[in-house]
Write a protein that binds this ligand. Structure first.
Ligand code: PLP
Length: 382
């Protein structure tokens, strides 16, 4: 059994993938070939955003989005400590400072009540109101990175409202949520700007690294096109700002075009797999199944459950040859790389408790019912 079975998908669309790769080998435009524009247009249309800009990875998508907002030293960016390190890393890379905000215990996404407290504490320069990072005296609120963890959108109604009141931008880290829905909108179109990833294991993955930035703001989009190619102006030898080499490979775009043809169907298949897990495991006394908020449809990047008996269950599953994973065992405020922020244990209690109890089961559109029954049987035997 695979944790994420990419081969089952490849077998289904093998000829189309090969045909698209051959197309690139024939025209030879390996950098910014016609597949790039086609992919951007199709994905912008799908997400409902005016613009989509492909790039080299999900991390670079986040970085470029922050660069489009001129994020730099003295800027505080609010985000959660219960996420993949890339979310906070891009803030630090620009010399800005992540200000952590604890998560909701059910969705694992940013808790808007905590967000308000963190913003107020920073405005009042008062770490007694809410934990603040070292150097907070010199920081000013600039933006928010909300993460759509495991494929479910964060609470954008409340987060966007808070952001508007405080004049902050909202960047949606949609690395795990492409294809998800939030009320009447699609993920990647629920905030000012969004970043997704095409890392192979994400809901829409390529065969290498890739990512995409989405926005409906023309000014931001124009800046992003410049940032993506070394801060180009009228051409690439006219450099008007500091940028990066952030392009997506034409070959990856060609592969994604073949995969995107079946993506909406795969999102439906993921719903069936997730629902089946919840039916099989919902009544087990040692497991808390994922909670999907009203009006949300998850892209189910992961099916993650909570348990007080995590080690026992993981060992039993391992013994039965069933792969599992822990996303994420250490919240970012307790990571060595973030020791410089000076946060301490206990300051983000929900994130810490979640990190101690969470684990993820095999999840992909092609997971068979018989395999899910076997997984549930092992878990229920504890
Ligand atoms: C995967 C991921 C990223 C980074 O994407 P890459 O394409 O691997 O650079 C960022 N944020 C979150 C939440 C992710 O899951």
């Amino acid at each position: 059994m695979q944790f994420i079975d990419l081969m089952a998908q490849q077998q289904r669309i093998y000829e189309n993938i090969l045909g698209n790769i051959k197309g690139v080998l024939q025209h030879g435009q390996y950098i910014m070939g016609p597949e790039i524009r086609e992919l951007e247009e199709r994905l912008a249309h799908y997400a409902g955003a005016r613009h989509a800009l492909s790039c080299s990875s999900g991390t670079d998508a986040l970085l470029m989005a922050l660069m489009a907002y001129d994020v730099g030293p003295a800027d505080a960016i609010f985000t959660t400590p219960f996420t993949f390190v890339a979310t906070a890393e891009v803030i630090s890379l620009l010399g800005a400072t992540p200000v952590f905000v604890d998560i909701d215990p059910e969705t694992f996404n940013m808790d808007p009540v905590h967000l308000e407290k963190a913003i107020a504490a920073l405005e009042n320069k008062d770490p007694n109101q809410y934990p603040l990072p070292k150097g907070y005296e010199k920081l000013y609120p600039k933006g928010i990175i909300a993460v759509d963890l495991f494929g479910q959108c964060a609470d954008y109604d409340r987060i966007n409202t808070i952001a508007q009141e405080k004049n902050l931008f909202v960047l949606e880290d949609a690395a795990q949520s492409f294809g998800a829905r939030y009320q009447a909108k699609m993920a990647c179109n629920v905030a000012d700007i969004a970043a997704t990833s095409f890392f192979p294991a994400k809901p829409l993955g390529c065969y290498g690294d890739g990512g995409m930035v989405f926005t409906s703001d023309d000014v931001l989009y124009n800046k992003l096109t410049s940032v993506r190619v070394h801060g180009k102006g009228s051409d690439k030898y006219d450099n008007i700002r500091i940028g990066i080499n952030g392009r997506c490979d034409t070959l990856q775009a060609a592969i994604l075009l073949a995969k995107f043809d079946i993506f909406p169907e795969e999102i439906e298949m993921r719903q069936h797999v997730a629902n089946r897990y919840t039916e099989l495991l919902g009544k087990s006394e040692h497991i808390t199944c994922p909670f999907v908020a009203e009006g949300c449809m998850s892209a189910w990047a992961q099916y993650s459950v909570l348990s007080d008996k995590r080690m026992e269950i993981l060992n039993a599953l391992k013994g039965a040859g069933i792969p599992t994973a822990i996303y994420y065992p250490t919240p970012l405020h307790l990571q060595t790389a973030y020791a410089y922020l000076g946060y301490s244990k206990g300051e983000f209690a929900v994130s810490e408790e979640t990190a101690a109890k969470i684990f993820s089961l095999p999840m992909h559109p092609y997971l068979r019912e018989e395999d899910q029954i076997r997984i549930a049987d092992v878990i229920r035997s504890i």
